[in-house]
Write a protein that binds this ligand. Structure first.
Ligand SMILES: Cc1cc2nc3c(=O)[nH]c(=O)nc-3n(C[C@H](O)[C@H](O)[C@H](O)COP(=O)(O)OP(=O)(O)OC[C@H]3O[C@@H](n4cnc5c(N)ncnc54)[C@H](O)[C@@H]3O)c2cc1C
Length: 458
């Protein structure tokens, strides 16, 4: 074997797997990343937001969600107390790497009050505990991980795994884009959302069963910060779920950024919208997403293509991301540059083109979003204002959910798939936990086989 373990992808899942393997003394380990190393990484490069050292986490807002119900489905594979212990372990590591010790979401009185008010408005409030790293601090945190791994794990950036191939019943070969082939006893694939199409194809070829995930499509809502302040001050982020009157669809708020900014996200040329906030640098606006979840069964079961199609349509109309005043959308007219100029909410994303979202979003999604805005207005009066800005489209592509054991091993021995790419996580904390889970299982198996070998030699 060339390596004991090959890890594919240097996002939070792959990095935590690498750190845990190094701590457990498993070696040699190779970490492959298709994007650039941290020092060469810029968000304006093609794929710059999602690929490179740190993965999609590098330019993220750095909200570490510590509640097990949010940010992934690891709770379906592990008992809740075990998952909570792993979340605490990973949270502690983040703090030693530089995450702030401040914790939001622990104010029980504020939670109970909001729960009752949300119910009254037809909304379900999901309490979450979280730590906020802040976009500007993510880089130094990732540098600290880089320093920890230097010399303990071999790191190859700008190197793409093309194929995962079977060497024997318990060993693997990885075909690289350099034409090289490497052999390893274990493979831990952590390709994230940017590698979701790649891992889907590899899983299909290797015969690993999977189930499709939903696609979440919606808009980014931007309002003056004082409108969301009553919700954000105590809890930082408020997660709300709404089942729409007209369609009974699940609609939810996502990624709230107090005093943050709206940003572009580029998925291989497809431009969508997102949001983040700095820890110190504050804007006068706050933003969050409203997303509608759609499942497809048959004859169509390709949610990723559906989401891409809608995003492509918005890009066609707006040559990128569209921004519209809520008042214009409700009145059935386009927002023009002149109308945007009259808007009391000043857009933080200057690159968005004033337009008409009703040409891009299906009636179903528009109806769901408008209904939810009405409902949230009860909790945060001023959201349902004609001066609220809507940016579109925001799309969350989730990977197919692969069939995995509680150790995150596929039905094929010694092949593990972790993080967002496996369709089992959706956030930094659970992605990191998944890395620890797979690495822990490998280290245990390695130590067992070493003891077995020693006994045999004796
Ligand atoms: C703008 C933005 C903001 C976000 N904000 C938050 C937040 O505040 N809080 C939160 O919890 N989550 C947030 N998220 C989500 C979070 O970043 C992801 O859940 C997390 O990064 C997933 O980790 P991962 O390691 O599974 O995948 P990723 O972070 O996507 O990393 C996967 C890596 O694998 C590499 N790769 C893929 N295929 C290959 C291949 N074939 N060969 C080699 N390398 C490959 C990719 O280049 C990438 O670097 C945000 C995401 C985005 C995009």
């Amino acid at each position: 074997m060339d390596y004991q373990v090959v890890i594919i992808g240097a996002g939070p899942a792959g990095l935590f797997a690498a750190m845990h393997l190094a701590q457990q003394g498993v070696s040699p380990v190779l970490l492959l990343e298709q994007g650039p190393d941290l020092s060469d990484r810029h968000r304006d490069q093609p794929g710059g937001i999602l690929c490179g050292w740190g993965g999609a986490g590098a330019y993220s807002d750095g909200k570490l969600i510590l509640s097990p119900e949010v940010g992934g489905f690891l709770g379906d594979l592990l008992p809740l107390d075990e998952l909570n212990t792993l979340i605490q372990e990973v949270d502690y590591t983040y703090q030693t790497l530089g995450a702030s010790p401040d914790l939001y979401g622990g104010d029980q009185d504020a939670i109970e009050l909001l729960k009752a008010r949300a119910r009254h408005a037809g909304l379900i409030f999901i309490p979450t505990r979280l730590r906020h790293i802040g976009t500007e601090n993510c880089r130094s945190l990732l540098q600290n991980i880089r320093d920890q791994l230097q010399g303990r794990v071999e790191i190859r950036t700008l190197c793409r795994a093309q194929h995962i191939l079977r060497e024997s019943s318990a060993a693997w070969r990885i075909g690289l884009d350099t034409g090289e082939t490497i052999r390893a006893e274990y493979v831990v694939a952590a390709p994230g959302r940017s590698g979701s199409v790649w891992i889907r194809e590899e899983a299909r070829r290797l015969g690993i069963p999977s189930v499709p995930s939903p696609v979440d499509i919606g808009v980014r809502v931007e309002v003056p910060a004082e409108i969301l302040a009553p919700l954000c001050e105590a809890l930082y982020e408020v997660k709300l779920i709404y089942y729409s009157r007209t369609f009974d669809d699940k609609v939810r708020t996502f990624c709230m950024n107090p005093n943050g900014e709206v940003v572009l996200e580029n998925y291989n040329g497809l431009v969508t919208v997102n949001g983040h906030s700095y820890s110190l640098q504050k804007t006068e606006n706050s933003n969050f997403a409203i997303l509608v979840s759609s499942f497809f069964t048959e004859p169509f079961d390709d949610p990723i293509s559906y989401g891409q199609y809608i995003a492509r349509l918005a890009n066609l109309l707006g040559r990128g991301v569209i921004v519209q005043r809520l008042g214009d959308l409700q009145a059935g007219r386009r927002t023009t540059p002149v109308r945007l100029e009259r808007c009391l909410t000043r857009p933080t994303l200057k690159a968005a083109v004033p337009g008409d979202l009703s040409f891009a979003l299906p009636y179903r999604h528009l109806t769901d979003i408008l209904e939810m805005i009405e409902a949230i207005d009860t909790l945060a009066p001023g959201i349902n204002s004609r001066h609220t800005l809507l940016y579109g489209v925001e799309v969350k592509f989730y990977s197919q959910r692969l069939k995995l054991t509680p150790d995150l091993e596929t039905p094929l021995r010694n092949l593990f798939v972790i993080g967002d790419g496996a369709g089992i996580t959706r956030g930094l904390i659970q992605a990191s936990v998944s890395g620890v889970m797979a690495a822990g299982a490998i280290a245990k198996r390695q130590h067992k086989s070493e003891v077995h070998e020693e006994q045999f030699t004796d």
